[in-house]
Design a protein around this ligand. Structure first.
Ligand code: PGA
Length: 246
């Protein structure tokens, strides 16, 4: 399966900064892309970066969407609006949304459904926190989040799953290879039962150019979701080149 390397800029970036980022990133794509590369900037930057990224063959994604198409939802953005701006993907259920905005898997499922209705690929994020892992509940937690977050109509074509253990996000403490292998094997089995074969499963959490190669070498890892390291085009590109087929 072709790897997907996705950068999540979170709440970072002004127009000037984004222009510079995209220029530095797209300069590297002259000889083509090593794998599928996706950038998810904050909503304020989507329209500015859409054109240059599209010209370079880089995919554009948003970080969240509302589950309704329109209405009195101050501050929210509909999936259809994101599609209108040129997005092909949207993250839903990122752990920062689940914790800071108290989004449940039920909410995430509605958002994923809205993304599908708008023709977007939903990247559904799941992951256990440190206490759940310590208590031996990592597998139960992720299985439950997965089953509850997947909407009817989800397929390998319109859905990507990202396992991002909360304890690994932004901590510099990436999950180790045996833990990633065990969780990805488990989640692939779950996905096989729920959706069938071929669903991309990404790993996320403190990915950087020093660990990306060994993570991508794990058989069940179909790509990476990158926060901090995606803010530096050189580091992000280095990770993307590790996504090239052997
Ligand atoms: P990180 O973030 O790479 O900075 O750990 C990953 C994410 O939250 O998607």
């Amino acid at each position: 399966m072709r790897s997907l390397i996705a950068g999540n800029w979170k709440m970072h970036g002004t127009l000037a900064w984004a222009g510079d980022q995209v220029r530095r990133l797209t300069e590297k794509t002259r000889d083509g892309l090593p794998c599928d590369v996706l950038v998810c900037p904050p909503a304020t930057l989507l329209s500015t970066v859409a054109g240059p990224l599209r010209d370079a063959g880089i995919l554009l994604g948003a970080q969240d969407c509302h589950h309704e198409t329109r209405g009195a939802f101050t501050g929210d953005i509909a999936a259809t609006m994101l599609a209108d701006l040129g997005c092909s993907h949207v993250l839903v259920g990122h752990s920062e949304r689940r914790s800071f905005h108290r989004e449940s898997s039920h909410d995430v499922r509605k958002k994923a459904m809205a993304a599908h209705r708008a023709g977007l690929v939903a990247i559904i994020c799941i992951g256990e926190d440190r206490n759940e892992r310590r208590a031996g509940k990592a597998f139960d937690t992720t299985a439950e989040q997965l089953a509850r977050s997947l909407p009817a109509g989800a397929t390998a074509a319109n859905t990507v799953i990202a396992w991002e253990p909360v304890w690994a996000i932004g901590t510099g403490d990436s999950a180790n290879v045996p833990d990633v292998l065990a969780m990805h094997r488990f989640l692939k089995q779950q996905l096989m039962t729920l959706l069938g074969d071929g669903v991309r499963l990404l790993y996320g959490g403190s990915v950087n150019p020093s660990n990306s190669r060994e993570l991508l070498d794990i058989e069940q890892v179909d790509g990476l979701l990158i926060g901090g390291a995606s803010l530096d085009p050189e580091r992000f590109w280095q990770i993307a080149t590790d996504g090239a087929p052997d």
